[in-house]
Design a protein around this ligand. Structure first.
Ligand code: KIV
Ligand code: ZN
Length: 513
């Protein structure tokens, strides 16, 4: 049996540090549940001292998510460590992750501390964390640009004070694989007491080498890899954790390790993170991109039809990616057929959710010859989970637009009290007109900061998926909706974001969807 590689997911911490992402507590819990289904080993749930909301999110995840270790991040400061413990202490297995910068450029210009100060801070912080829990991770931030001998000293101090996992970050994505692998090898060979600990790697993707650097670390002895779903994270992001998991599964002959991840949950988790973060996954993204298992050229299609392995190194079913399946869904399909296909896709729906999905399916099927898995995913994304907590529901949208007329929208929305509110407005364009009416009716002060439309499938009859982001009272809220009419999708996406904002600031009212 090969050695185990521990999978440390930081979607909820470093991933949330992506510009433009702001998860609500509900979002975080929902993603943590998906990570639990994936069976990752460690979930870094947040940075508790950074805000009361993050402390609450980490402590909810610590209470609710059983199985994975629940970690929280803390700077090498007493207040951070105490807040972190306050949040993670409810977990079955809590971890405190302490970090401090060790590169000259960070120590001199950001921390304004010398090497002796930093070693003292490491000792104080790690021993404080170890007084709370026996599971302490320590990271020398910017390790790949730090003086080697100093890193060895810092790591030895952390081990002496009780650190059990030593994480080596390539914080700014500067390393080259052979160089980063050598750093891990040197740490393995030179740091006293290293055999009592597990080495972890945490790579950023500024030069597009995060996965390669992480695997170089693994080849040199690292047994934990940190990363985020879809590779989200600071700047160009973190290592895409699904790439590590599938590299290890596809090439055990070379990498010589295994993970305990349930790979069939990867695709659904990726879609959830895409939906909730509002950060679209590029079509050619490895493992989870829309094109990852699609073959376009005649030669490739011919090969795959004769034998899948000719051009596919991963079976899409192994990551839970949708395939064409045996069932063709059209407007004459009934509940049975839809239920069977949804089961194959692994969707777990309540009866109420299924009925909403069925209604949307019928609407889409009315406009298309065939409803494929991508349509179903778009419907599922809109009709389940977070969407269910709607306070305001769209009842009607009518738009008049063209090159010789002022775009005018009439919109009717049902409020939380069940009362219909209808109004009309003229806008600079049809979407602007719709949004003006919604703003007038709901009166929520917000700024629209992102708006994008993409086609779910090919063809003129395809559904358009609209993703938007609004900023309200310092928070950021995404909304998403799909419809064959992109103006209807735009209206629903806006209401989705506004409902999410209202759910975050007010207790929920009854579901009227
Ligand atoms: O990139 C980094 O160095 C980090 C540390 C906090 C581990 O995210
Ligand atoms: Zn990082």
């Amino acid at each position: 049996m090969t050695e185990k590689l521990y999978i440390f997911d930081t979607t909820l911490r470093d991933g949330e540090q992506s510009a433009g992402i702001g998860f609500t507590i509900e979002d975080k819990v929902e993603i943590a549940r998906a990570l639990q289904r994936m069976n990752v080993d460690i979930i870094e749930a947040g940075f508790p001292v950074s805000s009361p909301g993050d402390l609450e999110a980490v402590s909810r995840i610590a209470r609710e998510i059983k199985g994975p270790i629940i970690a929280g991040l803390a700077r090498a400061a007493a207040g951070d460590i105490d807040a972190c413990w306050e949040a993670v202490r409810h977990a079955e297995t809590p971890r405190i992750h302490v970090f401090i910068s060790t590169s000259d450029v960070h120590m001199a210009n950001q921390l304004r501390k010398n090497k002796e100060d930093v070693i003292e801070m490491v000792r104080a912080a790690v021993s404080r964390a170890a007084s709370y829990t026996s599971d302490v991770e320590f990271s020398p931030m910017d390790a790949s640009r730090s003086d080697r001998d100093f890193i060895f000293q810092v790591l030895e101090a952390a081990i002496e004070e009780g650190a059990t996992t030593l994480n080596i970050p390539d914080t700014v994505g500067y390393a080259i694989p052979a160089e980063f692998g050598q750093l891990v090898a040197d740490i393995m060979n030179r740091v006293k007491g290293i055999e009592k600990t597990r080495i972890s790697v945490h790579c950023h993707n500024d030069l597009g080498m995060a996965t390669a650097n992480s695997l170089a670390g693994v080849l040199n002895g690292a047994r934990q890899v940190e990363g985020a779903i879809n590779g989200i994270g600071e700047r160009a992001g973190n290592t895409a954790i699904e790439e590590i998991i599938m590299a290890v599964r596809t090439r055990p002959d070379f990498l010589g390790v295994h993970t305990d991840v349930n790979t069939k949950e990867i695709y659904a988790t990726s879609r959830l993170v895409e939906r909730v973060s509002g950060m679209a996954v590029q079509s050619n993204k490895a493992i989870v991109g829309k094109n990852a298992f699609r073959h376009s050229s005649g030669i490739h299609q011919d090969g795959v039809l004769k034998m899948r392995e000719t051009y596919e190194i991963i079976n899409p079913a192994d990551v839970g990616a949708p395939t064409t399946g045996g069932i063709v869904l059209t407007k004459v399909s009934g509940r049975h057929g839809l239920r069977a296909r949804l089961d194959e896709l692994g969707a777990q729906l309540t009866d109420e959710e299924f009925e909403r999905v069925f209604e949307s399916f019928k609407e889409v099927a009315d406009h298309r010859d065939e409803v494929d898995d991508r349509d179903l995913e778009a419907i599922l994304a809109e009709q389940t989970s977070v969407q269910a907590a709607e306070q305001w529901v769209l009842d009607l949208v009518q738009v008049s637009a063209g090159d010789r007329t002022s775009p005018t929208a009439t919109v009717r929305i049902i409020g939380p009290d069940g009362v219909a509110h209808e109004d009309a407005a003229i806008g600079s364009g049809p979407v602007d007109a719709i949004y003006q009416v919604i703003n007038r009716v709901m009166g929520v002060q917000n700024e629209l900061t992102e708006f994008s439309v993409k086609s779910v499938t090919e063809g003129i009859d395809a559904q358009g998926e609209v993703t938007i982001r609004i900023e309200a009272e310092g928070g950021s809220y995404t909304g998403r909706a799909a419809d064959t009419d992109i103006l209807v999708a735009s209206a629903r996406a806006y209401l989705h974001a506004l409902n999410r904002y209202l759910n975050a600031v007010q207790p929920r009212v009854t579901t009227t969807a």
